[in-house]
Design a binder for this molecule. Sequence first.
Ligand SMILES: [Zn+2]
Length: 254
Amino acid sequence: MKKFLWVLLLLLAGCVSSVSEEPQLNPVKGTYRFVEETEGNLSLVDDALRFSLYDKFISELRLSRDPHYYYRSITLLVNKKIGLPVDFVPKDLIKTSVALSPSSSFTSIRRDVNNALTVMFDAALEDGYQLRFHSGYRSYSAQKRIYENYAQKFGKAQADVFSAKAGHSEHQTGLAIDITSPSSTGLFAVDFGDSNEGMWVAKHAHIFGFIIRYPKDKNEITGYIYEPWHIRYVGIPLATQLYESGLVMEELDN
Ligand SMILES: [Zn+2]
């Protein structure tokens, strides 16, 4: 099985050969989990996908029809080393229906993520905390512009600490959101983590399937500074596992 997937992976490599320098092809990490996890999380996947998951996933036909199938895994690992194809766009993007920050941009997100986010924002509000959606899905080319602007302004080394090169941003998966709150001093502020809203998110996000992707003491492993505002949807089982173990995605065995 494992060997078979690697062979498919090699075949797939041809599909993204237009991406020369980066991103690298994502080694199927997460894909095993995708199959396992969707079994236990059927409410989180499309009906069509639910009924055709196993056989079609393993078939060459399926892969040839949708070379990006892998990248739709909700547990997909994307980081500075493992990237996404230049032309990967999630198929189920919608405009978010949750409350936006005043300067929000890139307000699309995958449908299931929007559902989970709605439940989480509502739960926060019930506890007295207002959360706001600032930024969700960003295309490869949007990320390219953003990174290049930062690199020009601060130099590449500095930009790398807080921004991702194109193809290496979790925002391209449609599974990551930058959030804020009306009481936070600003966007992308570390003090969001110390605010009541930020603390609520850190404590409860896993219940809704989200993780704080770049925790305080893991910057050497993730490559990113502490980003209490950047949450990533991975589904409830993995979010709970990560929350309880204190591990980040890079530390998991696949
Ligand atoms: Zn982010």
